[in-house]
Design a protein around this ligand. Structure first.
Ligand SMILES: CC(C)=CCC/C(C)=C/CC/C(C)=C/CC/C(C)=C/CC/C(C)=C/CC/C(C)=C/CC/C(C)=C/COP(=O)(O)OP(=O)(O)O
Ligand SMILES: O=P(O)(O)OC[C@@H](O)CO
Ligand SMILES: [Mg+2]
Length: 235
């Protein structure tokens, strides 16, 4: 069951199939001691570039999951599948419309034991994911904690993902979301590019996701694994 595995994840790397990464950098990422690698992104993700990246990662024993953002880029062979659903949008397509379409298409082929749903709250208005899905990003602490309750009690999602893709987020909002969650795990992702930032978010989020830094400073990206893992949770 993927949700049991995900319950132990502390650090994740997110690799974008639409970006170039050398074999050496990929080796370092796969052998870094991260708990798993997510393959996904918002734009330019295709069956071909996702499949090719999976083949390269498969040379290593690290767990590798696909975060599905496009119905046409679902690739068999991953250890599991993360399915985002956006909570802070009014556009039903990104809440469950795309999901309905995908379930109609893949039906009995869906390996449900290897699927984990993630309730996303996207807070960087400039990110591609926010622009695509029409997110309402001007949120107060009470809005974010209400979404956290929705994720846990209405939807019973195993994961709430506070997403700042591309920029470092507001720790007070992350802390507030974490404090109300009991069963649902809190993922944080966005803009981590220093030891202090990694440790700050690792104190309040169960799982910290590092993406862009892989492409700008792979050595520092590797260091985030130890920075996150040596940080004690503050809640
Ligand atoms: C055959 C086989 C193996 C079948 C299994 C397939 C399977 C598991 C099907 C399950 C059915 C299902 C429910 C599928 C979901 C379909 C789907 C397309 C859902 C919509 C997902 C969604 C809300 C996408 C919107 C964008 C988003 C939230 C993406 C998440 C990733 C993300 C935020 C990336 C980084 O952001 P970005 O802004 O792109 O950052 P960069 O600028 O750095 O790129
Ligand atoms: O790329 P960055 O900004 O590190 O964000 C990581 C991840 O949350 C993106 O979906
Ligand atoms: Mg992208």
């Amino acid at each position: 069951m993927l949700d049991r595995l995900a319950a132990r994840w502390r650090h994740l790397f997110k690799l974008d199939p639409n970006r170039k990464l050398s074999d050496l950098a990929l080796k370092k990422i796969c052998e870094s001691g991260t708990d798993a690698i997510i393959v996904g992104g918002t734009d330019g993700v295709t069956f071909k570039n996702t499949w090719e990246l999976l083949q390269r990662i498969k040379d290593y024993p690290v767990t590798c999951v696909q975060e599905i953002s496009s119905i046409s880029a679902v690739v068999p062979g991953f250890d599991g599948y993360l399915i985002p659903t956006v909570l802070n949008t009014d556009n039903a397509y990104w809440i469950h419309g795309a999901h309905h379409e995908a379930i109609k298409k893949y039906g009995e082929f869906i390996p449900w034991d290897h699927v984990v749903f993630e309730g996303y709250v996207i807070l960087n208005a400039d990110s591609k994911a926010s622009r695509l899905t029409g997110c309402k990003t001007e949120l107060e602490e009470a809005d974010v904690t209400a979404y956290a309750h929705l994720a846990e009690h209405l939807y019973r999602f195993p994961v709430l993902y506070v997403e700042y893709s591309g920029r470092f987020g507001d720790v007070e909002l992350v802390k507030a979301a974490g404090k109300v969650l009991k069963q649902t795990r809190l993922f944080y992702g966005g803009g981590i590019s220093s030891e202090e930032q990694a440790k700050t978010m690792a104190e309040w989020a169960d799982t910290v996701v590092v993406g862009n830094l892989i492409y700008t400073n792979v050595e520092m990206a590797i260091d985030t694994v130890k920075w996150v893992k040596e940080t004690k949770m503050g809640r």
